[in-house]
Design a protein around this ligand. Sequence first.
Ligand code: CP
Length: 312
Amino acid sequence: MPWNRRHLLDLQSLTAGEISAVLDTAAHFKTVGERSIKKVPALRGKTVVNLFVEPSTRTRISFELAALRLSADVIQFSADASSLKKGESLKDTVRNLEALNADFIILRHSASGAPHFLARFAQAHIVNAGDGAHEHPTQGLLDVFTIRQEKGRVAGLNVTILGDILYSRVARSNIWALRKLGAHVTLCGPPTLVPRVFEKLGCRVTWDLESAIRDADVINLLRIQHERQRKTMFPSIGEYAGLFGLNHSRRHLVKPDALIMHPGPINRGVEIDNSFADGSQSVILDQVTNGLAVRMAVLFLINGGRKEEIAA
Ligand code: CP
């Protein structure tokens, strides 16, 4: 189906068809990435600005590489070395970037809704690379892409998201994508971090780890997002790890073919131990690899590209 969106702000507003169009396009770009010449000319002459006002390793580098593989010019905006530090507003910053002919602004920001705010006036395409605890749409897309690649489908699978759900933009984007594609979603963690209000999004909420992981086809671990928590949400890291960490003592509870996922960064020994992070069921680094193809697909589709245009 045609993709007619100027921006990618969230997955809440995307249809299942639009999500599937991104996944299908990403599958094409994944094969492009396996060729000796990995570049295509789709974004030649376009300028992509990576405007990251929060730290990032995977998303920032992945967007940079995606834009380069599409032959765009890429500008890395360093917030600490910018005039944001002198009090310039985000709006004025983006207006100045547009005056320099930025065609795409990839925004990571600690404020939920910052990309939606920019989209109200920006001429450039806005892509949300994570806004506060709200959404991280390309992470949600790369996660469902990875599940579909490994399991052959998303519909009907039992997907458990385990950890700090309340403060997680990754959880919210995963929930929207997984529910729209027909997966059964279970959320688990301490009651303070997994409130029952998430049931309104069509998820099962449980605070019992065994019941959450026993039938799971996919277990997606999330770290504790200390940077967003404004008060103590559980007694100690040690207690959290003991009650909700995926470690070798829980191996017998995990289906032998369950996928182990994590968006990164990993806190080893807290939400996941080495035996799961580096084990044969882990697809954590595949997620990173797939993120490149997904972000190429997002930039390509927003630019008006059609899947049929990608050379076979
Ligand atoms: N998954 C993710 O958003 O990682 P980064 O913060 O390193 O981009």
